[in-house]
Design a protein around this ligand. Structure first.
Ligand code: BTN
Length: 253
């Protein structure tokens, strides 16, 4: 595999792999440190999405990478912080790169542009003595793909948004720079306050009434913010506050 050192990251590039997240997991199992290791692939034969979902991406068109983080400074109960850090890093980079303002984070782990899905994040953590150990952070971002298969719900790519093609490695490096900055922020209470505020400011649909499916029923709800353990805090029309995990709530479009 081709290797490049970029700042404190070791970047590895491959043409094809089953899943970059899976590859990182196998490095952990083999007893290797994955801290600051990044694997970027042109194509995944078995790209994983959240739950049972498959992550589709046309060969060579989009950004597909996994990043290893030594997350030992984060308590296991605060692991949602990693989701916040990477989602903000992606939005930070895309906003500067495109000068567009409509990138949002759709709770818990999607990157949206307006009402469409631009990317997704898939994280798996290992825990040791109540603290996180190594974390595998997988990111799939639609960049230069012009058309998507019909079965993908509401996809969009950067190319469709700004009508030009992008250099994938340049975006990767930009995201990694923003990521390092957010990781530094996450090491102080003040920085965590900033992360929480900015995550909230960038949260898709915050403060707007929309229909959701909650425990199998349809209800009109409004997102208030993020609660303990990264739960989504919502308000009902009757003024009741409810805390949802990602299995109980479904966004309707
Ligand atoms: C989702 O929205 O469901 C999360 C998608 C995450 C996809 C990325 S692509 C790179 C990394 N390797 C994988 O197998 N999945 C993640």
């Amino acid at each position: 595999m081709r290797q490049v050192i970029f700042q404190n990251f070791r970047l590895m590039f491959t043409e094809e792999i089953d899943s970059t997240n899976q590859w990182m997991q196998s490095r952990i199992k083999a007893g290797e440190s994955i801290s600051n290791l990044v694997l970027c692939a042109d194509y995944q034969t078995s790209g994983k999405g959240l739950g049972e979902n498959h992550w589709h991406s046309e060969k060579g068109k989009n950004l597909l990478f996994s990043l290893g983080l030594d997350a030992g400074f984060i308590a296991a109960s605060a692991q949602f912080l990693i989701t916040q850090i990477i989602a903000l890093a992606v939005v930070d980079e895309l906003s500067v790169l495109t000068q567009e303002k409509d990138f949002r984070i759709k709770w818990p782990n999607d990157i949206f542009y307006q009402e469409k899905k631009l990317g997704g994040v898939l994280i798996s953590n290992t825990i040791r003595n109540g603290q996180l150990d190594e974390s595998v952070i997988g990111v799939g971002l639609n960049v230069n793909q012009a058309n998507f298969p019909e079965w993908i719900p509401r996809p969009v790519s950067l190319r469709q948004i700004v009508d030009r093609e992008f250099d994938l490695q340049e975006i990767l490096k930009g995201i990694l720079k923003c990521f390092s900055h957010r990781v530094d922020q996450a090491k102080s209470m003040e920085g965590i306050g900033i992360i929480n505020n900015e995550y909230h400011q960038n949260l898709f649909r915050t403060g707007e009434w929309h229909l959701y499916e909650i425990n199998g029923e349809i209800a009109e709800l409004r997102i208030k913010g993020i609660g303990e353990f990264g739960m989504l805090v919502m308000e009902t029309r009757e003024g009741k506050t409810i805390h949802c995990d990602f299995k109980t709530i479904r966004f309707l479009f």
